[in-house]
Design a binder for this molecule. Structure first.
Ligand code: SF4
Length: 390
């Protein structure tokens, strides 16, 4: 797929002089172009491409400048050592597109067309070297990668008042093994926000909300979270989806309804926790607390405080002999929580835990069992497809 993507980009670049019409729009954040004989593309105002669709193969860039190639239903990550070749090919393509705009502006039918040439010129310079510089900027802004977000929060801007995970030892977790929880100092967090602002540039206001990373920002004290929510509101105002966070309820301050309500009043709009399973012994084996009553109480307090919740459930964990009990007990625990339409349950198949077809079958069975006991939408959550995309 990788060599095919480069070859298609170069073919499109060669044929660009014959393209009769280019359509699109330029917003305060980005430039979107398409047309007959042209791959659809999205580039931000600073010339950093977000996506190019090459007739079936899509190339997407993450904020960390990883490149993902998509050919439905597959998504492949381009090896870091190869990515430069693809960045150079995209720069060649935008160089040709910039030349077309310079020589034949009459072929461009772009809403808000002022500035198109400048954006295309910058995109023509976004090559392998520029991507390396961009990665350095990302690493300057984020001391730790953005590993995962719940699907409803993919369009958030992630900020990290704390790094790592207060548990850091779940047997199935590919992201935080050994990465201990470490709150940022106030000064560090302020400079982190400055750098995130710089990194996003014109894209910041196009995000839908803010997500507090990393694995459990809600393990910070209420006093610190209230400071953080106030600082975010002072800097960036409000967001359509508000501010959300992950919570590891096993490693967090004890909070009752008033404490959760304080956070909701300050702008917190969703708390996402990993239930993983309702089978107590299995949850213990996975590295989480087997005290499911405590988990249910935490969710009840959040709901009474008016906070929508998100829960993740893992399919494929445990021995085959535990499979039916895992499904049945998870449904039973979920039924004890008064979830509504505003809440979300994510069913996440653990890749590699069983044969692909069996995992698909089990995920369908799980989803259907959970839908029978909760009013909350139950949706799939393919973690391996996540990318922190512009
Ligand atoms: S609590 Fe969550 S983030 Fe932390 S190790 Fe376990 S699964 Fe990973």
């Amino acid at each position: 797929m990788f060599t095919e993507a480069i070859s298609r980009l170069d073919t499109f670049a060669r044929r660009l002089p014959d393209v009769p019409r280019v359509e699109g729009r330029l917003t305060s954040a980005d430039l979107v172009l398409e047309g007959p004989g042209l791959p659809a593309s999205r580039v931000d105002r600073l010339g950093r491409f977000a996506r190019i669709s090459l007739r079936g193969i899509s190339v997407r860039r993450t904020f960390a400048c990883d490149l993902h190639l998509g050919l439905r239903p597959r998504v492949e990550r381009v090896a870091a050592a190869d990515a430069g070749l693809l960045y150079d090919a995209s720069a060649r393509f935008f160089t040709a597109l910039h030349a077309l705009h310079r020589d034949h502006p009459e072929r461009f039918d772009v809403r808000e067309s002022q500035g198109v040439g400048g954006v295309l010129e910058r995109a023509a310079h976004f090559d392998a070297a520029a991507a390396c510089a961009e990665l350095e900027r990302f690493e300057g802004a984020y001391p730790e990668p953005v590993e995962i977000l719940p699907p409803d929060r993919y369009r958030d801007v992630v900020v990290k008042p704390a790094l790592g995970c207060p548990n850091a030892s779940c047997s199935f977790c590919a992201f935080y093994a050994g990465k201990r929880f470490k709150p940022m100092t106030r000064a560090h967090f302020a400079s982190h926000l400055d750098r995130v602002e710089e990194l996003f540039g014109p894209l910041l206001r196009g995000r839908k909300g803010v997500f507090l990373g990393s694995a459990s920002a809600a393990s910070l004290s209420n006093a610190r979270l209230l400071e953080i929510l106030a600082e975010l509101s002072r800097r960036w105002g409000s967001w359509p989806s508000g501010v959300a966070t992950f919570l590891d309820p096993d490693h967090a301050p004890a909070r009752g309804v008033p404490e959760w309500r304080e956070l909701a009043d300050a702008g917190l709009t969703r708390v996402v926790s990993g239930l993983e399973t309702g089978l107590a012994e299995l949850r213990g084996e996975l590295g989480k607390s087997s005290d499911l009553d405590a988990f249910v109480r935490t969710i009840a307090c959040q709901k009474q405080a008016g906070l929508p919740v998100g829960l993740t459930v893992l399919v494929g964990v445990g021995a085959e002999s535990q499979r039916a009990a895992h499904r049945g007990e998870t449904a039973r625990v979920l039924a004890r929580m008064s979830l509504g339409r505003e809440d979300l349950v994510y069913v996440s198949p653990l890749a590699g835990s069983m044969a692909e077809d069996a995992l698909k079958h089990e995920t369908r069975a799980f989803t259907s069992a959970l839908r029978q006991v909760t009013a909350a939408p139950v949706a799939p959550y393919a973690m391996q497809r996540f990318g922190y995309y512009p």
